[in-house]
Design a protein around this ligand. Structure first.
Ligand SMILES: [Zn+2]
Length: 432
């Protein structure tokens, strides 16, 4: 519910974090956990950066205006896929989580932001659970255009980070952020405060070199280290919600019913909800018949309870990706497109692949035999990943084709052969 202006909310936020650690609900012991440090972190950021408050206010005004101009749920069914880079900053092998857990977390994000989890909406209208039309992929190209798995692994001498952002900087024992206008950065590390699950930075304009989320490795992905009730990947879905300008559903007002998450379709709520609730749950701010929306991702419920983002929350997210919004460039990022070098050393259905002469003075011949007849695309790219020549052939078993790159400057180029199931790349030198 919209009740007070943002500045008042954020002033109140400073009091909630400490108190919330002591809240218990439904007999679930939570005092050793701190679900999210974002509120406290944001207060510190505003103290460091005097312009941040104004930036956040401007984004809020932009968001509210966009929602006013687009009063119904966005009907734009164009899915936005955000390239993700996961920085695994580890002190020991347990913290160096395997690729499998990272893939699990990406799947969880896509399920949660795509309305694909099966968790209940309790007594609420199922239409309050929406597909945000946001998806995530592990990046397939680095900022310089080279193929990547989207996972950066950095060993560190720091065994336990805090919310001081050192994990985001190589010079301070962490891993430098990738361009936030092209990638969503997720840092996975150990926290010195064992029960802290994670924290996030709200969007600013422009985005700065701390934008992203930091997640305790114990609460990331599914398999491996199990930390019920926060062992199903819900922490990352919650924290990315903050990166998408979503506030805690109870408005961070510590029970007063005056705070707001700036959404009209979430019930007024007194304070954070913990545990695994079901059915109707009321509090001092919301009574029957619906009660509070404890299953919303921006509450503090157990991972197994997390279910939905509402239409208004979706609108807040979508506004960020529109012209003038702080995340508009993420929408057109090519980070999910494989970079140079993808698939090198794979030999599945291409029999022979030769380029001659190499080095060349301008004309090359690409010779290729397919084990099975099929379609093939040959591209030549420069070091920037720009395609300078492209040839497509259909239903062939072999090919011998000349390609002229004599108009290009001397240097290194990549010839990529793509079939339905395979990609091979070779490097050539142009010497003029
Ligand atoms: Zn939070």
């Amino acid at each position: 519910m919209k009740r007070i202006i943002l500045s008042v909310i954020t002033f109140i936020l400073s009091f909630i974090v400490v108190h919330s650690q002591d809240i218990q609900n439904n007999s679930v012991e939570i005092k050793n956990y701190r679900r999210c440090a974002t509120t406290e972190y944001m207060k510190k950021q505003k103290a460091i950066n005097s312009s941040l408050e104004k930036q956040i206010q401007q984004i809020e005004e932009f968001t509210q205006q966009w929602i006013k101009n687009n009063p119904t749920e966005s009907k734009d069914k164009t899915i936005i896929t955000i390239p993700v880079v996961v920085h695994v900053v580890y002190y020991n092998s347990a913290q160096n989580i395997p690729d499998g857990r990272i893939n699990e977390q990406i799947t969880i994000l896509n399920n949660d932001y795509g309305k694909l989890n099966t968790h209940s909406m309790g007594v609420f209208d199922p239409n309050l659970k929406v597909d945000t039309e946001l998806r995530f992929c592990l990046a397939k190209r680095t900022p310089t255009g080279v193929y990547t798995t989207g996972i950066v692994r950095k060993q560190t001498t720091v065994n336990g980070f805090t919310d001081n952002d050192k994990v985001k900087h190589t010079s301070q024992g962490g891993s430098d952020q990738w361009n936030p206008n092209k990638y969503m950065n997720i840092w996975v590390c150990n926290f010195s405060e064992d029960g802290l699950c994670g924290y996030a930075q709200f969007p600013s304009s422009p985005l700065d070199n701390n934008y992203g989320v930091v997640i305790n490795y114990k609460y990331f992905g599914l398999s491996g280290y199990q930390n019920a009730p926060y062992n199903l990947g819900g922490t990352t879905s919650h924290e990315i919600g903050h990166c998408f300008n979503l506030y805690h559903i109870w408005g961070d007002d510590y029970g007063s019913c005056t705070g707001s998450d700036m959404c009209n379709d979430t019930p007024n709520q007194a304070e954070a909800t913990y545990g695994n609730n079901s059915g109707l749950l009321t509090d001092a701010c919301s009574g029957a018949p619906k009660g509070i929306m404890y299953m919303n991702f921006m509450d503090y419920s157990n991972d197994i309870t997390y279910s939905n983002f509402t239409p208004n929350q979706k609108s807040r997210i979508q506004a960020l990706f529109t012209t003038g919004g702080p995340l508009v460039s993420l929408k057109s990022s090519n980070g999910c497109t494989p970079g140079i070098g993808a698939g090198i050393d794979e030999t599945k259905d291409i029999g022979d692949f030769n380029i001659y002469p190499n080095p060349t003075t301008g004309s090359i011949n690409v010779s290729l035999a397919l084990v099975n007849t099929g379609d093939v695309t040959i591209t030549v790219s420069n070091l920037l990943g720009e395609i300078i020549s492209k040839v497509e052939k259909q239903k062939i078993s072999s090919i011998n084709i000349p390609i002229d790159i004599s108009t290009q400057s001397s240097g290194i180029y990549y010839v990529k052969i793509q079939t339905a199931s395979e990609t091979l790349t070779k490097k050539i030198s142009l010497v003029k």
